[in-house]
Design a protein around this ligand. Structure first.
Ligand code: SF4
Length: 180
């Protein structure tokens, strides 16, 4: 029997490599929930690219459009160094994904956060495992960091927006300070 898998998607770039590693036997739905992104225009660019990616793959996109899920930036991504602030950020996103998965009849969920070599991988995995336990739904661990740059190439080829910073105000400030 085909099982339903809800994929929390942070962006199109991470999704591109991640989707190559999803095990067979699942019917996949995408889930847009990233209230951590500084600047509405940036959030909109990522969401648009994500919906374009899902259209290419023939995957439905769940989640509220635009900034409708926006919550306090201080709550999502407190002004702390990494990885401390990221743990809070991951927890909020994994809790919501697990809640939606459990309430909507999905057997399991996962997250494209696990695709990026720039994320705190073990913290994201731990947040997902903890959410799965508390909400009574499965978690499928997938690691596609080794093909992350294939995803980047896919995004370029398909003219999908590729962001320059992780999301929160501090990550934007760090990016600007790096001069890259
Ligand atoms: S750096 Fe990224 S994962 Fe960490 S708190 Fe900021 S937006 Fe969240």
């Amino acid at each position: 029997m085909t099982r339903k898998l809800l994929i929390h998607q942070c962006c199109a770039v991470c999704s591109a490599s991640f989707f190559e590693r999803i095990p067979s036997g699942f019917r996949v739905s995408g889930f847009w929930f990233n209230p951590n992104i500084e600047r509405s225009c940036e959030s909109l660019k990522r969401e648009t690219a994500l919906r374009e990616f899902n259209a290419i793959k023939g995957v439905e996109t769940l989640g509220l459009r635009g900034d409708a899920h926006k919550i306090s930036a201080a709550q999502t991504s407190p002004m702390l160094p990494r990885p401390q602030r990221c743990r809070t950020c991951y927890k909020i996103r994994m809790d919501e994904t697990a809640r939606v998965a459990a309430e909507s009849g999905f057997e399991a969920f996962s997250t494209t956060l696990l695709a990026s070599p720039y994320q705190e991988h073990e913290s994201a995995k731990a947040a997902a495992e903890d959410a799965a336990r508390r909400f009574g739904v499965g978690f499928v661990y997938i690691d596609s960091r080794d093909i992350y740059y294939d995803g980047k190439r896919f995004a370029v080829l398909n003219r999908l927006y590729s962001q320059k910073y992780c999301g929160c105000a501090m990550s934007l400030a760090e990016r600007l300070a790096s001069g890259k």
